[in-house]
Design a binder for this molecule. Structure first.
Ligand code: THU
Length: 160
């Protein structure tokens, strides 16, 4: 072996008394909108709320399709809408909440690969990190400080 390249990643876990007011607001918006998800095939409801640097908040949910791969995740739905309407305003924080339709407990969801790549795109576009908050059961909040924590070795030049 000529060389070994290692990246360490971490998620931080916070209890409710440690959330910021904005964390609580975004998680609550995400939890509210998951109820409107169009998810008749998986019955897995996901809500996402996005904060832009000017304070605007957008939210969306997953939109499935009878042709399964056509479905869109909540994260990409909210990023696409917010960025379509605010092409010059950086997104700074994304909250994600999920649950099974019949379930009482929240599921702990981290974004899928496509969504990670999409989050990466807007970090790259604006040159700043997007914090990612994921709510689990018992009001535990998992926090990734940026997409580098979820998508190490993402598409980029390793020499940069
Ligand atoms: N889903 C999301 O919306 N976001 C995620 O982070 C994980 C998965 C959706 C896709 C599909 O509609 C359903 O959840 C089950 O995978």
């Amino acid at each position: 072996m000529k060389k070994r390249i290692e990246i360490n990643v971490a998620l931080e876990v916070f209890s409710k008394d440690e959330w910021t007011e904005m964390d609580a607001k975004l998680l609550s918006e995400a939890e509210k909108i998951l109820e409107n998800a169009h998810a008749p095939y998986s019955n897995f409801l996901v809500g996402a709320a996005l904060l832009l640097e000017n304070g605007q908040i957008f939210s969306a949910n997953n939109q499935e399709n009878v042709s399964f791969p056509v479905g869109v995740c909540a994260e990409r739905a909210v990023l696409s809408y917010a960025m379509a309407n605010n092409p010059d305003i950086a997104p700074v924080k994304l909250a994600i909440v999920a649950k099974r339709r019949e379930g009482m407990e929240l599921a702990t969801v981290t974004p899928c690969g496509l969504c990670r790549q999409t989050i990466n795109e807007y970090e790259y576009k604006f040159g700043r990190s997007i914090e990612i908050l994921m709510l689990g059961p018992d009001d535990e909040m998992f926090r990734a400080s940026g997409i580098d924590q979820l998508l190490p070795f993402r598409f980029s030049d390793l020499n940069d």
